[in-house]
Design a binder for this molecule. Structure first.
Ligand SMILES: [Ca+2]
Length: 534
């Protein structure tokens, strides 16, 4: 049976994973960062390892660089201009921040630059150095710079290099290497220490430290809907990992290196032992059988690629794959390899509207992630304990809002089913009704045109939300069987005054709900409501 199922699952992935890339601009020499200024200009800024920052506007790369730090920067191997971050109020104050390797001694410099009267370029003479971190070896310089939703600047610092963190620096709270740092660029001279930093008073560690135990965090990002911090930490010989620190948490978090690489013990000595309960474990990892160096990306919060809604997108520099992962606490992460790939993907960027870009060091190209015409989507189930209600949605904007807790306290349940984003041969469009609170405050999905017409006729108070951009297959009317390659989805009504429906693929969950008084609503002997691709 397993042998029969495998090709079907692959067939679904070939459709749901068919995200593609569209080249935007080319000719970049070793791009290291792609950032937006969030000033309403729509510009993207592409940093190069050698020290230049280019502007891409309206899909066109400007002829002259926005900034050129080449005279300041050592650029070889893992050294160079590695990170750029615009102040949250850049439009008003013209301030931006850079992370680069200093030409004179290889130290990491965090510096501020300012745009003058000419908004199209930055004079490097405006440089104000905030922080200098000496580097004992040339590799593992980290380099990610991002402002959090708390308007504080987060800095990814590598462990200082060599191999195996010979100085045990990542676990040494009195060193800045092997840490995620957090400073307040508006609160002091040259910067302030946020009161919430774990060693803010400097007694038990350096005040700039936010989290510790990282090896070479190559890109960190904040989920713009939830505020969660994602850190991709490049592994040594065996495991690449992604860590997540939920919004408002993470101060003092110990991410484990060098006691651990991913979920595995390194055998190296450490003040904190492997698998200590105090360590924060990665949310996902992959082995060097699959790649060799993770390039961290973003949780996708755009609308152009519905198949990626709410999924963390990342890549491997060596293998060239681009993957996405949905991580629900208590569930195994759902990881998909996208059809889009590159040669040496060095960084991702997010524009002002949440669309994602990927920079390929092999081709020097900046590309945008885009939906392929045959993309599938996930219909994702959420539950609100306060309302005791379930809702399922495949719409990117709704997924972002529910993930961001914009309304009530919705949480993902881990239940999902596949669907197509648009009508296609062999699949039927889904109608979705919203049942007003007085009548139950629920959503009702049907792929049956006859049932949709019946609901419209009998329940004029139901609000029809369309177009849903969702298509699934109908089971055979007589047998209730689903077409080959699709998964039965059961619709269960809770049979209560506060009417609610759930759409589940797990027969055991269906049976448990029926045992609690739920009413199955479907076709044929098995009560299948519709059939999801995959
Ligand atoms: Ca770790």
């Amino acid at each position: 049976m397993r042998a029969l199922l495998a090709p079907l699952l692959l067939a679904w992935c070939a459709t749901v994973c068919a995200v593609t890339t569209v080249p935007v601009a080319s000719g970049f020499a070793a791009p290291t960062d792609v950032v937006a200024a969030h000033d309403g200009s729509g510009r993207l800024f592409v940093a190069e390892q050698g020290g230049r920052i280019w502007v891409v506007a309206g899909g066109v790369r400007r002829a002259t660089p926005f900034a050129d730090l080449g005279a300041l920067t050592a650029a070889s191997g893992e050294r160079g201009l590695l990170g750029v971050a615009f102040h949250p109020d850049f439009r008003d104050n013209g301030r931006l921040f850079v992370d680069y390797t200093r030409r004179s001694d290889g130290a990491t410099v965090i510096a501020e630059l300012r745009v003058g009267s000419d908004a199209s370029r930055v004079d490097v003479a405006t440089e104000r150095v905030l922080l200098v971190v000496p580097q004992p070896f040339e590799n593992h310089n980290g380099g990610a710079l991002r402002f959090g939703p708390d308007r504080l600047l987060y800095i990814g610092m590598g462990d200082g290099g060599s191999g195996g963190d010979p100085g045990n620096r990542a676990q040494d709270t009195h060193q800045l290497l092997g840490k995620i740092l957090r400073i307040d660029v508006d609160g002091g001279e040259p910067y302030g220490i946020p009161a919430g930093n774990p060693f803010a008073d400097g007694r038990d560690g350096r005040a700039e430290i936010f989290a510790l135990g990282v090896r070479n965090p190559w890109r960190l990002s904040f989920d713009r809907a939830t505020g969660d911090l994602y850190i991709a930490d490049v592994g040594q010989d065996a495991w690449e990992e992604v860590d997540r620190l939920p919004a408002g948490t993470g101060a003092g978090a110990n991410l484990g290196w060098r006691a651990m690489e991913g979920l595995h013990c390194t055998g190296l000595s450490s003040p904190v032992p492997c698998n200590a309960p105090s360590l924060v474990m990665p949310i996902l990892e992959y082995s060097h059988a699959e790649g060799c160096s993770i390039t961290g990306g973003f949780v996708y919060r755009g609308t152009a690629v519905p198949a990626l809604a709410g999924r963390y997108v990342y890549a491997d520099y060596c293998a060239g794959f681009i993957r996405s992962a949905a991580v629900v606490p208590g569930s195994r992460p759902s990881v998909r390899t996208l059809a889009a790939a590159g040669s040496k993907i060095s960084t991702f960027g997010e524009d002002e509207s949440g669309e994602l870009y990927v920079a390929d060091q092999g081709s020097g190209t900046l590309s945008r992630l885009a939906a392929a015409s045959d993309d599938g989507v996930d219909a994702i189930e959420y539950y609100d304990a306060g309302l005791d209600h379930y809702v399922v949605t495949s719409l990117a904007a709704e997924i972002h809002a529910l993930d961001g807790h914009a309304q009530q306290g919705w949480q993902r349940t881990g239940e999902r089913f596949g669907a197509y984003a648009d009508a296609r041969p062999g699949f039927d469009p889904v109608c979705r009704f919203y049942i007003p609170p007085a009548l139950g405050d629920s959503h009702f999905l049907s792929a049956s045109a006859a049932e949709c017409a019946d609901v419209r006729g009998r329940f004029p108070a139901f609000v029809e939300e369309s177009p849903t951009r969702l298509a699934v297959a109908l089971p055979d009317v007589a047998s209730g069987a689903c077409p080959t390659g699709t998964t039965p989805v059961y619709r269960i009504w809770n049979a209560r005054a506060d009417s609610n429906h759930r759409y589940v693929t797990d027969p055991a969950l269906r049976d448990a709900m029926i045992a609690r008084g739920g009413i199955p609503e479907g076709y044929g002997p098995a009560g299948v409501a519709f059939c999801a691709p995959g």
